[in-house]
Write a protein that binds this ligand. Sequence first.
Ligand code: AMP
Ligand code: MG
Length: 176
Amino acid sequence: MIIVMGLPGAGKSTVLKGLKTDYRILNYGDLMLEIEKEHFGVKDRDDMRKLPIEKQKKAQKMVYEKLAKEHGKVILDTHCSVSTPTGFFPGLPFDYLKLLKVDALVLVTADPKEVAERRATDPTRKRDDDDIFLHDSLNRGYLAAYSAFTGAPAVVIFNRQGKLEEAVAKLQAILI
Ligand code: AMP
Ligand code: MG
């Protein structure tokens, strides 16, 4: 499994769309939304991170139990950490990370100003107006921790404005 993470608005899903690959791309948020619709009555994916942390944790456990059963070549589109009203919440707690066979940990990142722009111009999402630089800095710390824990390499990909192809090519290069 290759885990691709990044801030909301960094462009993970867009970079993934550009890949030519036989990896199956699974979106963590889709899996979580299915579970939270059923168990907690959540309707919108951008309301998930506002749920009480205990509910997010329950749903997260269910998502990872599903993911642990995945075999073959999978790319997981997820968050390094989730910015909640009560603090940053790790996207890959070690208890769940140890259930997965991780080949690479990829952080897609971008200039905080560009991320803010992308959030402001995406009408399909309710993005937060939080401290993007702080969140991205924390994500780098989480990335290093996940890499040290699993032994999988950490890869940082800059998704610069107007240079989507470069970001796609960097990710394409690590797919085996
Ligand atoms: P996205 O569509 O990629 O922005 O993800 C939608 C939502 O899924 C995020 O805002 C989080 O609430 C949730 N989410 C994504 N990855 C994780 C994760 N690893 N752990 C917990 N929640 C997550
Ligand atoms: Mg996305």
